[in-house]
Design a binder for this molecule. Structure first.
Ligand code: RP5
Length: 154
């Protein structure tokens, strides 16, 4: 993520990865404040053993796109909700990549963070049957937890 301030959103991605027993590593890497750290991370991610990168950032959110420019790994971008523009700035910064350098862009905020983890899980599950089974369980559990009728105070 681009900043400590993104953690309140990005922790939802981490919690989802943990629930699915997927190994992860969490780092603050700012495209603007720590550009050298970004280049070192993105260029070395594949050889470090990463398989999918989830990059969350807000405002002028260049982290996902710059990461994608420097790695062959799939990059999933999470637009963090910004105070000034409610994350629309983040979304547009991340989603509108030029053809040739893709970032899989998720929804703004918590839903996007959760879905980035689930999408990463789906990618990894293509080559991991045990993970595919855990992901299927997660989805089934989610379905079971949707009540047929609403309750007061729920
Ligand atoms: C972006 O700027 C970060 O991803 C964060 O969402 C935003 C604001 O950062 P802080 O000023 O809160 O550190 O680079």
């Amino acid at each position: 993520m681009g900043s400590q301030s993104d953690w309140a959103t990005m922790r939802h991605a981490v919690e989802t990865l943990a629930a699915l027993e997927i190994g992860y590593d969490v780092r603050i890497v700012s495209a603007h404040r720590t550009p050298d750290r970004l280049a070192a991370f993105a260029k070395g991610a594949e050889s470090e053993g990463f398989q999918v990168i989830i990059a969350g950032a807000g405002g002028a959110a260049h982290l996902p796109g710059m990461t994608a420019a420097m790695t062959p790994l799939p990059v999933l971008g999470v637009p963090v909700e910004s105070e000034a523009l409610k994350g629309l700035d983040s979304l547009l910064s991340i989603v509108q990549m030029p053809g040739g350098v893709p970032v899989g862009t998720l929804a703004i905020g918590k839903a996007g963070a959760i879905n980035a983890a689930l999408l990463a899980a789906a990618i990894l599950a293509l080559a991991d049957k045990a993970l595919a089974a855990r992901l299927a369980d997660y989805r089934a559990c989610q379905t079971d937890n949707v009540a047929a009728t609403p309750r007061d105070g729920a």
